[in-house]
Design a protein around this ligand. Structure first.
Ligand code: AMP
Ligand code: GLY
Length: 427
């Protein structure tokens, strides 16, 4: 087995900063490059490299220059565009699914049809390609009903419609006005489920997988799950209320059949499978979506939940020969993530404000502050995006992690800082 001495991480969020830090663990001399990275992705063994992830040739050129032993792809867009295939073809061991396997996230119709074929519990649905069809089905099914653009829409393509009129308007804007372009030329209409949501991640080698602890994201901007949706404002891990037997069911009923079906189709899934599920009031897990990469901010919490050689584990998955024993998942461990967002987020975020207090925050035991929308200039750090920092804390219990994360979050300063105060406390 080749030693993993150099790792290239593609992406620019707090997810990639957390991955980079975790990937340095387990080998004292390993170097990690983050491209394009952000204001925080540098240090003794972490290096930032500029690149445009939308340009496949530029990514390959960068890989050729850096000669990594492993490439880890963070975000979904390049995976859906086939970056893992291109890197693999160029001879680089790459953790992340092929373009075909990435359709699990890239097409909601593909996912729903796979769920039906594999008998994975999921909401009843119809796939439509015209507004006339959508209007008819919405009329038949009534509201509430969920309207989903088929393709990638940066988290904005799902409308949980309370009334028929709202559902029709959403379907019309996607199918006729094409507000999401081609991503909305096909639409999934599905029954509205109620319950509590949970995110379950699995590191997969095409056949076997390492199941990570369940996590719960908090999507709305304000406390009490009010206000508009965001990319995620914080995480509790393990997700409260998810028992071992429920997690077992999720692995058996949602993760394993997905991998088996993808394998049978000749497009095995190698990478992170991130299942988003609704647990119904009866306690049954229903699959809402699959993502083909780590969640952000879920990843920041998950990286605190495992010990050992993450790079070795991801490399073994990429090779198709998973070595689960390279990491351990201590039972007496919990993690909390509190996102610090800029004023204006999730609309137009304010940029260019000076950030202070990160060193003081990281002096608290168990705390790491991962960067998202930050830029450094002349030795100072400035806000440069909507989600600015992911304050992450581990603890022996969730309560310990939560208290540490909020103590740290309160030490960090920038103008207009927004955060939720109830991470891990909502139902
Ligand atoms: P998705 O990208 O499919 O997970 O949808 C994004 C969010 O929409 C989910 O995290 C849920 O909060 C919500 N959602 C999606 N599908 C449904 C459904 N069938 N019933 C209720 N809420 C849903
Ligand atoms: N936090 C949700 C996502 O990454 O999709």
């Amino acid at each position: 087995m080749t030693e993993i001495a150099r790792v290239l991480v593609l992406g620019n969020g707090a997810r990639e900063h957390a991955l980079a830090r975790a990937l340095t663990r387990g080998a004292p001399n390993r170097q990690v490059f983050v491209a394009p990275g952000n204001g925080g992705t540098r240090g003794a063994r972490i290096h930032r490299e500029p690149v445009d992830l939308a340009r496949r040739d530029a990514v390959i050129d960068l890989a050729e220059r850096l000669a990594p032993d492993l490439v880890v792809v963070g975000p979904e867009a390049p995976l859906c565009a086939g970056i893992a295939d291109a890197l693999t073809e160029a001879g680089f061991l790459t953790y992340g699914p092929s373009r075909e396997a990435a359709r699990l996230e890239g097409s909601k119709a593909y996912l729903k049809e796979l769920a039906r074929e594999a008998n994975i519990p999921t909401a009843r649905f119809s796939v439509v390609r015209s507004y006339a069809e959508a209007e008819r089905i919405i009329g038949e099914r009534g509201a509430p009903i969920v309207v989903k653009a088929d393709g990638l829409c940066a988290g904005k393509g799902v409308v949980v419609a309370a009334t028929e009129a709202e559902a029709k308007e959403a379907a019309r804007s996607m199918l006729e006005d094409r507000i999401f372009g081609d991503a909305g030329s096909t639409v999934v209409l599905e029954d509205c489920l109620v319950g509590h949501e949970v995110s379950v991640h699995a590191i997969c080698d095409g056949e076997r997988f390492v199941l990570l602890p369940p996590a719960r994201d908090h999507k709305r901007i304000f406390d009490g799950d009010r206000g508009p949706n965001t990319g995620g404002m914080g995480v509790a891990c393990p997700a409260p209320g998810v028992t071992t037997s429920l997690l077992d069911r999720i692995a058996r009923e949602a993760i394993a059949p997905t991998l088996a079906t993808m394998r049978a189709r000749g497009t095995p899934f190698r990478g992170t499978l991130f299942a988003g599920l609704m647990v119904t009031p009866d306690g049954d897990p229903m699959l809402l979506e699959h993502n083909v990469r780590f969640g952000d901010p879920e990843c920041e919490a998950l990286m605190e939940m495992l010990d050992g050689d993450l790079a070795g584990l991801l490399a073994s998955a990429a090779r198709g020969a998973l070595e689960p024993d390279l990491v351990s998942l201590p039972r007496d461990r919990a993690a909390a993530v509190v996102i610090l967002a800029a004023a204006g987020y999730p609309g137009t975020p304010k940029k260019g404000d000076v950030i202070g207090g990160i060193a003081e925050a990281e002096a608290i035991e168990g705390v790491l502050v991962h960067h998202a929308g930050t830029e450094s200039q002349d030795g100072s750090l400035y806000t440069s995006g909507g989600r600015v920092l992911a304050v992450t804390a581990r603890g022996a219990t969730f309560e310990e992690a939560r208290v540490r994360a909020y103590r740290a979050a309160d030490l960090i300063t920038f103008e207009g800082k927004q955060l939720r105060r109830d991470i891990g406390l909502t139902a």
